[in-house]
Design a protein around this ligand. Structure first.
Ligand code: 5GP
Length: 186
């Protein structure tokens, strides 16, 4: 069997919940030609306005577990209270087609990707401060109080791992942060 070359580059974006990575990702995808997003699988419930196959592939715990057993995931992690994972085939196919691929995943997943594909570029988005992060997360009104406190607790853990990343972007100004991300990818 011929071994196809993975000519695209892999970029991994992480950062605590509420830091604005979703918006940065959208800017990068609309601004940078040839950059594609790999849609993750998750066991969490869709939020209002989310569609299966667009934001995520929303799957059952059972299907997720099968995927783990069949070694279908390039990485996966238990984040907050659910499973999230990236299908290996999705990423490899895009890289082999010469596309650059952007993942938006948590720190545990990012470090798994780096271990398997050391050429992956890891980019961490940090808030200007933990207080600002909390304000933004509360302002979003997407989580219950309990879910919010899980996310805030996890944020502290994630911030502690940012030194393992190739780049850290502090998102105090969305336009500036977008520009930085664009420059890193280009
Ligand atoms: P949310 O539930 O807010 O969409 O995402 C929660 C967290 O899960 C975010 O930090 C997001 O980056 C992370 N996440 C999303 N998809 C994946 C994935 O495929 N793998 C891993 N490890 N984390 C993911």
């Amino acid at each position: 069997m011929m071994n196809r070359m993975m000519t695209g580059k892999l970029f991994v974006l992480s950062g605590p919940s509420g830091v604005g990575k979703g918006t940065l990702r959208e800017h990068a995808l609309s601004d940078i030609p040839g950059l594609v997003y790999s849609i993750s699988c998750t066991t969490r419930q869709p939020r209002p306005g989310e569609t299966d196959g667009i934001e995520y592939r929303f799957i059952t715990h059972e299907k997720f577990t099968q995927g783990i057993q069949q070694n279908l995931f390039l990485e996966y992690a238990h984040v907050h209270d659910d499973f999230y994972g990236t299908l290996r085939a999705d990423v490899v196919n895009e890289l082999e087609s010469g596309h650059n691929v952007l993942l938006e995943i948590d720190v545990q997943g990012a470090l798994q990707v780096k271990a398997k594909m050391p050429e992956a570029v890891l980019i961490f988005v940090a808030p200007p401060s933990v207080e600002v992060l909390e304000q933004r997360l509360r302002g979003r009104h997407t989580e219950s109080e309990a879910a919010l406190s899980v996310r805030l607790k996890n944020a502290a853990g994630e911030l502690g791992l940012k030194d393992k990343y190739d780049y850290v972007i502090v998102n105090d100004d969305l336009e500036k942060a977008s520009q930085e991300l664009r420059q890193i990818i280009l």
